[in-house]
Write a protein that binds this ligand. Structure first.
Ligand SMILES: [Zn+2]
Ligand SMILES: [Zn+2]
Length: 299
């Protein structure tokens, strides 16, 4: 198995008309919605939609992604059974859906700006007391030449209650052909197709911060910061040397407390011509940090 050639992908794509592509996308979207609905209905009943069994059960001869929720007696040494059956795309998509059942987007740190330079893929996903991290450096993607892991692969870490359960270095997990195709698409802008793990149920912080800033501000409600998706910092600068009266600021804060509207969304109305306002939107502190992979240059 080798990485797909960019030219091959482009020539493959060029056989489809715009209409074809729209049809394919619509069909994919329908399939996705349908699968997601099955996932949610089963999840709400404590059942895994993939194997049809409760999350608490494990059948060693039928490896399943729900093992990773650790509601059953899954042992770290059986992890290879999961990735021999499911590819990267399937594992990461499933865990993103799981994470979003608890709270939307902010359990998934897939922020491009937090990704370290040598990383091709780096994301940390959180759900209840569990944290999963996917990691692929450019060297992993190329394959570690002259070692047993000379093929394109990624590394995976799982923590339970903050303790490492599966170590990054324990596995070199082979990307499937589908994975390699998906990754190639994201790496080259000249390919007229896109690949995203977002969609209805798998959306993470990268999607959250890619929205129109005005829309984010207008649709957000204020909270004490413990359970938001975003963190707003609003700066107000007075136009005149006298500054802005404390009463105006107090009224604004009062309305925010009363109505749940953010300061960011109220600032224009209260400050008006008195000054200029600027809001910086960032990921909330409750978004998990991307787990660091030590000594990754060698492994
Ligand atoms: Zn299952
Ligand atoms: Zn590696």
């Amino acid at each position: 198995m080798s990485k797909p050639n960019i030219e091959d992908i482009i020539s493959f794509m060029s056989q489809f008309s715009e209409e074809d592509i729209k049809q394919i996308n619509d069909k994919e979207h329908e399939k996705y919605q349908d699968e997601y609905k099955r996932f949610i209905d089963a999840y709400d009943n404590g059942i895994c939609y993939l194997c049809g069994k409760p999350f608490k059960t494990i059948s060693t001869n039928n490896p399943c992604l729900h093992w990773l929720l650790r509601q059953c007696k899954f042992r770290a040494k059986d992890f290879h059974k999961i990735y021999k059956k499911y590819n990267y795309h399937q594992i990461v998509s499933f865990l993103r859906w799981i994470a979003n059942t608890e709270c939307f987007q902010r359990n998934i740190n897939d922020l491009q700006e937090e990704k370290r330079d040598n990383m091709l893929i780096e994301s940390t996903i959180k759900w209840k007391n569990i944290e999963w991290t996917f990691s692929c450096t450019h060297s992993d993607y190329a394959g570690h030449e002259g070692t047993q892991a000379s093929f394109p692969h990624y590394h995976f870490q799982m923590k339970i209650d903050g303790q490492i359960f599966i170590k990054f270095n324990s596995h070199h997990i082979r990307f499937s052909d589908e994975d390699l195709f998906n990754i190639s698409i994201t790496q080259d802008d000249s390919i007229p197709a896109s690949y995203s793990l977002g969609g209805a149920g798998g959306s993470g912080m990268q999607d959250a911060l890619s929205l129109d800033p005005d829309e984010i501000i207008d649709s957000s409600i204020a909270s004490d910061g413990s359970e938001g998706t975003y963190h707003f910092s609003t700066f107000i600068q007075a136009n005149s040397p006298e500054g802005i009266s404390g009463d105006v600021i107090q009224d604004m804060i009062d309305e925010s407390k009363r109505t749940g509207k953010t300061i960011a969304s109220l600032a224009d109305k209260y400050i008006g011509d008195l000054g200029t306002t600027k809001t910086i939107i960032a990921a909330a502190d409750s978004v998990p940090e991307i787990a660091e992979r030590k000594g990754r240059s060698k492994k």
